[in-house]
Ligand binder design. Structure first.
Ligand SMILES: [Zn+2]
Length: 210
């Protein structure tokens, strides 16, 4: 009831053209097959490249736009073959406090509600500020930044969820933490992946386009 009233007061608007009806309209973001990339140990499916229109959608998500989150979650749920356990890549506690919500967690919850899966928000950053002051290449190569703060079902097959993938280093780091806790992880879904031309110039010899 409350949600219905909110929908009337704040109808969903496209993150790109502001047209009423959906957080991301099909005119701005036509439904096309997902991009699939492979990092060291993961197959990563992305709705598109991190440029227009997906960049606008991700920025709106980071701003807390739930209508945009709903539209993105709807599209991401179409990438899943079956109901699986979803693990959102955690944002730092400082960022979550500043924004008041966690975009990857919200996406995972929307996808799980549509696919009948479960959400396991079990990962935590080892030290949110440890990255500060590091160079970009040092950040990209950083390992062991995440740990499993809660137990996962033994042998569970889990899939990671995030908004943007750059080199895949963060996803790999998260997957390693889940494996240490006994889970199986071989896939991730993201809204957008850094365009391939840009990825090639970064320190990522293992990432390939499928
Ligand atoms: Zn639009």
């Amino acid at each position: 009831m409350i949600l219905a009233v909110l929908d009337l007061l704040f109808p969903a608007r496209c993150a790109v053209c502001a047209r009423i009806g959906s957080g991301l309209c099909v005119a701005c973001a036509p439904v096309v097959p997902a991009r699939t990339l492979r990092s060291a140990t993961l197959q990563v499916s992305a709705l598109g490249a991190y440029e227009a229109p997906w960049r606008s959608a991700v920025l709106a998500l980071k701003d807390g736009r739930r209508d945009v989150a709903a539209a993105l979650g709807r599209r991401l749920s179409g990438l899943l073959p079956e109901s699986v356990g979803l693990v959102p890549v955690p944002t730092t506690a400082a960022r979550r406090r500043r924004r008041g919500f966690d975009g990857a967690l919200l996406l995972a919850q929307i996808v799980a509600a549509r696919t009948g899966g479960s959400v396991y928000p079990v990962l935590s950053q080892v030290a949110g500020d440890a990255q500060r002051g590091r160079s970009r290449s040092a950040r990209l190569k950083a390992r062991g930044r995440f740990h499993c703060a809660q137990s996962v079902p033994p042998g569970a097959r889990l899939m990671l969820v995030d908004d943007v993938m750059t080199t895949g280093a963060t996803l790999e780091d998260c997957a390693a933490a889940l494996r240490r806790a006994g889970a199986q992880v071989d896939r991730a879904i993201v809204v957008a992946a850094t365009p391939w031309e840009r990825i090639r110039t970064l320190v990522t010899p293992t990432l390939t386009m499928i």
